[in-house]
Design a protein around this ligand. Structure first.
Ligand SMILES: Nc1ncnc2c1ncn2[C@@H]1O[C@H](COP(=O)(O)OP(=O)(O)OP(=O)(O)O)[C@@H](O)[C@H]1O
Ligand SMILES: [Mg+2]
Length: 180
């Protein structure tokens, strides 16, 4: 079983996959660690440009048995049995990204991507089994428990389409204007 765990930066992929792999014995593969010079083709606006084909080849060489591949590009991989997209409401995501030390532009870009469901839409375009978990009001172990539910076939509440961040996203933007 290969799980692809994706989502906008700050939604918790690395934190959640660490606990999930420890608890359920899945091998954790972090794309951030794999995307070294071999698979990168330069840098644009502070982000690495990853060659997906090379990344995919490199991961397929090391993957075996149960694995969780995490990273915001994981849903671009042409394999994987299931895709889980972590979601976070923009006002909460903003706080997490500030804590992670992201600059203003990167935060704005990522909040917009989250509000526009970018990872979810890209996942649905590429994979058949796609589920989403709202991490906003949850603790990390709760998200891990939700993932287990999905794997056990109790996936009804995680079917895509229930999340809509548009109102919250505009509130966050409006509040910004007042402050400035
Ligand atoms: N329910 C939750 N699920 C996951 N992370 C949470 C949750 N609540 C709070 N957090 C916190 O949010 C932060 C998420 O950061 P993390 O580095 O795991 O995100 P990421 O998705 O891997 O980001 P990146 O794409 O930049 O690697 C952590 O500090 C984590 O403790
Ligand atoms: Mg990470």
């Amino acid at each position: 079983m290969i799980i692809l765990l994706t989502g906008t930066p700050g939604t918790g992929k690395t934190t959640v996959s660490r606990l999930f792999s420890k608890k359920y014995g899945f091998r954790k593969i972090s794309i951030n660690d794999i995307a070294t010079s071999e698979v990168c083709e330069g840098v644009e606006k502070g982000s690495r440009l990853v060659n997906i084909e090379k990344l995919s080849d490199k991961i397929s060489q090391i993957v075996s048995g149960d694995a969780i591949i995490e990273g915001h590009l994981s849903h671009y991989l042409p394999y994987g049995d299931i895709v889980i997209v972590l979601r976070t409401r923009p006002d909460v995501l903003e706080k997490r990204l500030i804590k992670k030390g992201f600059d203003k532009d990167k935060i704005a870009e990522n909040l917009e991507a989250e509000a526009l469901d970018v990872c979810l839409i890209e996942s649905i375009e590429r994979h058949r089994k796609v589920y989403e978990i709202d991490t906003t009001k949850k603790k990390v172990p709760d998200v891990v428990a939700d993932m287990k539910k999905i794997l056990e076939g109790r996936w009804e509440e995680f079917v895509p389409g229930k999340i809509d961040w548009s109102e919250n996203f505009f509130d966050v933007k409006r509040n910004k204007k007042k402050v400035m």
